[in-house]
Design a protein around this ligand. Structure first.
Ligand SMILES: [Zn+2]
Length: 348
């Protein structure tokens, strides 16, 4: 086990009884949860005065935190919501633990247990995800479990849900429309670059590119997204966005690209010019959350940006027409990522 020092704290030591500086350390430990071996990060204190084989202790708060870490490790292993994610869902509706439990038709203590210690069953997890992704589902639960609440309480909860529907409704509809375009690509494959559609990441990527590329119009953006996915696949054998691209006369175009431009967190303005009837100009989104992009992914975007920043739409289309992904596919065909991954190296 690799041990790491976290910090030193002065406290009354329960092992030797003296007040002194004790080291807090962490290590990876394993524990059995639901019959399964789970690895998690464990924190503990070490007393320098005690015998080596019994010099470790944990405070009550530490034990609880370790337990939560272990359970969250089990949750991510099984694709379940973590306790923090459950808290976030509840807070997004401004509900108490008891009220959320009643809303979903569960025992009163259920949410409190899931936020602190117990691991939720898959069926419960699914219900929480439902109301996270679609506030109209919360409204459906409210009418189903109306009897759980007094009339005033029900009105209060209903108005909170309606607020959320107002806030997220439009965005939710645009996301759903785009997701439906990808309904048949629900397995990792060569078509989506072994990545499932990630709308948050696509929105972050578009804003990131728009912040660094002046005069970014839709045609050029579509090519830059394809090159980002292609470069990611070339380097790591997985694409970034999960989008599926088709060979079109003007270069690669993602499936559902009309819907894509409707997404709430894409700052697009229709502009007219002398040469074109109308063009979609893409700008960065103020206050955009870029946390869905890793440092490595930003590096990939930066490479694509520095390569194509000064290209006009026509130039990037011509450049793309030389790629194997283009010469070896035909109009209307989906461009598989094994071909996309063979893009030429960028100019130095
Ligand atoms: Zn001690």
């Amino acid at each position: 086990m690799v041990e790491k020092m976290v910090r030193k704290t002065s406290m009354e030591c329960p092992l030797c009884g003296k007040t002194h500086e004790v080291e807090e350390r962490k290590r990876f430990s394993t524990v059995m949860i639901k019959g399964e071996k789970v690895t998690y990060e464990e924190h503990y204190f070490v007393c320098e005065n005690a015998d080596e084989d019994e010099n470790e202790f944990e405070t009550g708060a530490m034990m609880n935190a370790n337990l939560l870490n272990a359970r969250n490790a089990y949750r991510s292993l099984h694709g379940l919501l973590t306790s923090d994610e459950i808290v976030a869902i509840r807070e997004s509706y401004s509900l108490s633990q008891v009220d959320l439990a009643r809303l979903l038709g569960w025992g009163e203590a259920t949410i409190s247990r899931y936020e602190s210690k117990a691991i939720q069953d898959e069926a419960y997890d699914t219900m929480l995800r439902l109301i996270r992704d679609d506030p109209t589902q919360a409204l459906a639960f409210l009418s189903k479990n109306a009897k759980q609440f007094t009339v005033e309480k029900r009105q209060k909860i209903k108005s909170k849900i309606m607020e959320k529907i107002d806030d997220y409704g439009k965005e939710g509809i645009a996301r759903k429309a785009f997701e439906i375009e990808y309904a048949k690509y629900d397995e990792p494959s060569l078509e989506n670059g072994y990545t499932m559609l990630n709308i948050d990441k696509i929105e972050a990527m578009i804003s990131y590119i728009a912040a660094k590329v002046p005069h970014l119009f839709k045609v050029k953006l579509m090519k830059m997204l394809w090159y980002s996915d292609a470069l990611s696949y070339k380097l790591n054998k997985v694409a970034m966005t999960g989008m599926v691209y088709r060979h079109e006369a003007m270069g690669a175009l993602p499936i559902g690209h009309y819907r894509l431009m409707d997404l709430a967190n894409i700052n697009v303005k229709e502009e007219t010019s002398a040469n074109y009837d109308s063009m979609l100009h893409i700008y960065p989104v103020e206050g955009m959350d870029y946390s869905s992009l890793s440092a490595e992914e930003k590096d990939i975007l930066d490479q694509v940006i520095s390569q194509f920043k000064s290209y006009k739409a026509k130039e990037i289309i011509d450049y793309m027409h030389e790629e194997k992904a283009y010469t070896q596919t035909e109009n209307g065909m989906i461009i598989p990522f094994d071909l996309a991954g063979e893009i030429r190296s960028f100019d130095q």
